[in-house]
Every structure is written in C-alpha cells, then in structure tokens.
Design a protein around this ligand. Sequence first.
Ligand SMILES: [Zn+2]
Length: 115
Amino acid sequence: MQFAEDDGGAGEKQACHEVMQVSCECCGMEEDCTATYITRVREYFYGRWICGLCSEAVKEKKRKRKISMEEALVWHMELCIKFNRRTRVDLKLSFAGAVKEMAAKSSQYSAGPDK
Ligand SMILES: [Zn+2]
C-alpha cells in the first residue's frame, strides 16, 4: 500500500504555523510556540517573550498595584532573575548529589555480576 503523493511537495507550510522554541526572558522556561503566538506575546510585552505563567503574574501585578504593564513587567523580571540565581545554584548542587548517588548505586550493582 502506498500513500498518494498528490500533495506535490508541501515543503513550505504557512509561516504562522511554524513551531519555534522560545525561552522565557523571566524564568528561562522553554516552550514550543507558533510564530504567530510569539509575535503576539512580544507585541504585548514590549518586545520580550515571557511564558504563560509569567505573563499571568505580570497581569496580576498590574491589576493589583495599578501600575503600568511595563512597570509590572520590569518588577516581575527582576524578581525572576533573583529567584533564578538561587534556584540554579540549588539545582546544580542537587544534581551533583544525584550523580554521586547514581554512581554509588551502579558500582554496587556491577560489584557482583556472576551470580
Ligand atoms: Zn516565565
């Protein structure tokens, strides 16, 4: 069985449906989004791309404090950058610990192979 190839090489799809990977400028989380969505978010947040969670936080801040979107965005970015620095260090430490643990476990396993 063969599939009919009557598409005639639809190599180039519409640019707006192209999925790209973007990373949040606040928390650094990576997301796969369509180009259209990315553009829309950038227009909304003064040329920055931020993830759904961060944009919710910014909007919330804007509403509660009655500040401008730009101020709320700056406030949130600063907070995220500070927070990220701390969590990144923690992540590194816990990752190193996990690797050590794994190495210890695997050496235990390989200690008695003939049985
Ligand atoms: Zn984010």
